[in-house]
Design a protein around this ligand. Structure first.
Ligand code: RIB
Length: 293
């Protein structure tokens, strides 16, 4: 099958990860394991997930002109992404995420220093208009400024391309944007931060897919009965980027023409593989490693 074209607009980070016996509470210091440096960032994770799972992916993002940005761009090339629109901001640090991963549960806590991600502009999306030619799906997340988010949603919507928005980290979005989305994919916390599923559906969202970790996925669509999809049972090692893996996988399957229920099943299976592996992009599966039960 031809690899469907997918445009991903979002962040690129370098993840500085420490495995810890417990996530520190405010004011608490914990001693962890060795520092791991891993490619991350929600946008880049989604792009790499989609590419490994069969998409022809163009990433629109910004990195700094530092060593982390150089390594990130080389990594995107290695993953086979179209990097024409990975812009470099001079004199600004690339995005960095400080991550603690619980050694027992695989749960995580993340602090992001956005760096060059905060420099992505609506003008960058306009400059990347060639990326949208023949695209079957646009994927957007929220570690970038509103103006870039809105321009990316508009770029997809105005061309009739389905737009999948992963509202992470959560922040309020205007109705004019929510109405232009094909799918919104929050996790449970993000869904609550955005006012809950009823408010989102009343606010213009047509298809809401809430990821619930080990409890699977909840699908809600206006005028239809909600549906629950189970997650495969796995022993979690690291939940970082599980949601990004789900979003990237969902985008690929829908871009390949799969119906929504099958696409969700595949995305759940892909995310389950991710949580058994350490790291963000280092833990993302390839297509042949995903088995739908
Ligand atoms: O979703 C996981 C990602 O969130 C990490 O890779 C980190 O960079 C932050 O963006």
């Amino acid at each position: 099958m031809k690899r469907p074209k997918i445009v991903v607009v979002g962040s690129s980070n370098t993840d500085l990860v420490v495995s810890v016996p417990q996530i520190p509470a405010p004011g608490q210091t914990v001693l962890g394991g060795a520092l791991q440096t891993v490619a991350g960032g929600k946008g880049a994770n989604q792009a790499v997930a989609a590419a490994r799972l069969g998409g022809d992916v163009c990433l629109i993002a910004r990195v700094g002109d530092d060593a982390y940005g150089t390594v990130a761009r080389a990594n995107f090339e290695h993953e086979g992404l179209d990097t024409r629109f990975v812009f470099v901001t001079a004199g600004v640090a690339s995005g960095v995420a400080l991550i603690a991963v619980d050694q027992t549960t695989g749960e995580n806590s993340i602090v992001v220093a956005p760096g060059a991600n905060a420099c992505l502009r609506a003008a960058d999306i306009a400059a990347a208009s060639a990326a949208f030619e023949e695209a079957k799906m646009v994927v957007v997340s929220l570690e970038i400024p509103d103006e870039a988010v809105f321009a990316a949603v508009e770029a997809g919507f105005s061309r009739g391309i389905p737009v999948l928005l992963n509202p992470a980290p959560a922040r309020a979005l205007p109705r004019e944007i929510l109405e232009k989305l094909t799918i919104l994919t929050p996790n449970q916390t993000e869904c609550e931060q955005l006012g809950g599923s009823e408010a989102l559906l009343a606010g213009g969202v047509k298809t809401l897919i809430t990821t619930l970790g080990a409890s699977g996925v909840h699908l809600e669509q206006l005028g239809k009965s909600p549906q629950r999809f189970p997650a495969p049972s796995v022993i979690p090692v690291d939940t970082v980027a599980a949601g990004d893996c789900f979003t990237g996988a969902l985008a690929v399957e829908l871009a390949r023409g799969e119906p929504l229920d099958r696409a969700i099943g595949f995305a759940c299976a892909a995310a389950a593989v991710k949580v058994t592996r350490p790291g963000a992009q280092s833990g993302l599966p390839y297509r042949g490693q995903v088995t739908v039960q």
